[in-house]
Design a protein around this ligand. Sequence first.
Ligand SMILES: CC(C)(COP(=O)(O)OP(=O)(O)OC[C@H]1O[C@@H](n2cnc3c(N)ncnc32)[C@H](O)[C@@H]1OP(=O)(O)O)[C@@H](O)C(=O)NCCC(=O)NCCSC(=O)/C=C/c1ccc(O)c(O)c1
Ligand SMILES: O=C(O)CCC(=O)C(=O)O
Ligand SMILES: [Fe+2]
Length: 361
Amino acid sequence: MAPAISISLNDSSDVTDFVIKQGHGVKGLSEMGIKSLPEQYIQPLEERLMTRIEPQESIPVIDMSKWDDAQVANSICDAAEKWGFFQVVNHGVPLQVLDDVKRATYGFFGLPAAEKIKYSKENSSSNNVRFGTSFTPQVEKALEWKDYLSLFYVSEEEAAALWPPVCKDQILEYMKSSKFLIDHLLQVLMKSLNVNQIDETKQSLLTGSVRTNINYYPICPNPELTVGVGRHSDVSTLTVLLQDNVGGLYVRGNEGEDSWIHVPPINGAIVINIGDALQIMSNGRYRSVEHRVTANGSSNRISVPIFVNPRPQDMIGPLPETLANGEKPIYKQVLYSDYVKHFFRKAHDGKNTVDFAKITN
Ligand SMILES: CC(C)(COP(=O)(O)OP(=O)(O)OC[C@H]1O[C@@H](n2cnc3c(N)ncnc32)[C@H](O)[C@@H]1OP(=O)(O)O)[C@@H](O)C(=O)NCCC(=O)NCCSC(=O)/C=C/c1ccc(O)c(O)c1
Ligand SMILES: O=C(O)CCC(=O)C(=O)O
Ligand SMILES: [Fe+2]
């Protein structure tokens, strides 16, 4: 249990100072025992409400134990086309590795604010390591009830030098252990796009950079007024997402405008979602789907996404194989780092990010 912090926050600039500048995060606010949500976290009504939650719908759960089975491959491609999200079980990532990375996530967020603030945008010695809160607080109209640490992988040496020792090894192990799963999923998804061989150039285009985030959503005094993460789609090729057993991740469904499907925690499962880069490279065949996370009034929640991406310097656009049969391209070639900067420099606004790459006539 963290020590009680005895300070008073009188106005919104005190809150900003405490949460962002001093590095206490929303976790610090939560642990102070505040009884009501500070006003800058109150989201507009339309972002809080999910008009239709589809209790009987669920995203597919795919058993990966028969890796080479054509049926498994079909399920993966179907899920990527229809839902953009699925869960995998018997995926080959040791459960111990998943447990260790969850424990390490608690370890990092359990550090004193004075330690965590060393990794903030202002203090971090590299842009590749960043501790923060909400998404892009300087441009958001309403903040999100989430703290995070974001780690862009460059090399073992850089990780050893710059990543927080309390979670470095466990995160690296989780990334390493997920590689087989990631490569296998991409092989299957590519085959269905008539890319039969992933050569070095394609491999690099699909998986050339990796960013791992650890997310902490502390108990919230008025969860119904805010969000953990607002509506967005990931800008990755694909995301490997580990969630704990609390729940609260919702994915945009196919039933009309505002239908949302809960992604129920399954012990030992990993959630996979298609990101914008793969939607673009598949010329829209695989879908990068909007998702969001609710705030929770009774439990802390953590999640650990691995974002598998093109490299910043890559040009991305529809793969030639997807256009070979005369299909018209719906996306143009864009520099991936321009795409990512466009995403990071504005507040979350759902699926609108991908318009950046759309061909407009
Ligand atoms: C990300 C960049 C562009 C950074 O390059 P760099 O040269 O450091 O550019 P920069 O100009 O310093 O940064 C660009 C802006 O992004 C912001 N930014 C950088 N990293 C992060 C981060 N981890 N989290 C939030 N914002 C960030 C910065 O604040 C910059 O804005 P500004 O403060 O300068 O105005 C580069 O490393 C790149 O192209 N990487 C490619 C791989 C990659 O990282 N892909 C992203 C996968 S993440 C993904 O798919 C989803 C992430 C997500 C979703 C919901 C959330 O709520 C959330 O928090 C995060
Ligand atoms: O916490 C989660 O379950 C999802 C987080 C997420 O969507 C993200 O970090 O991009
Ligand atoms: Fe996401």
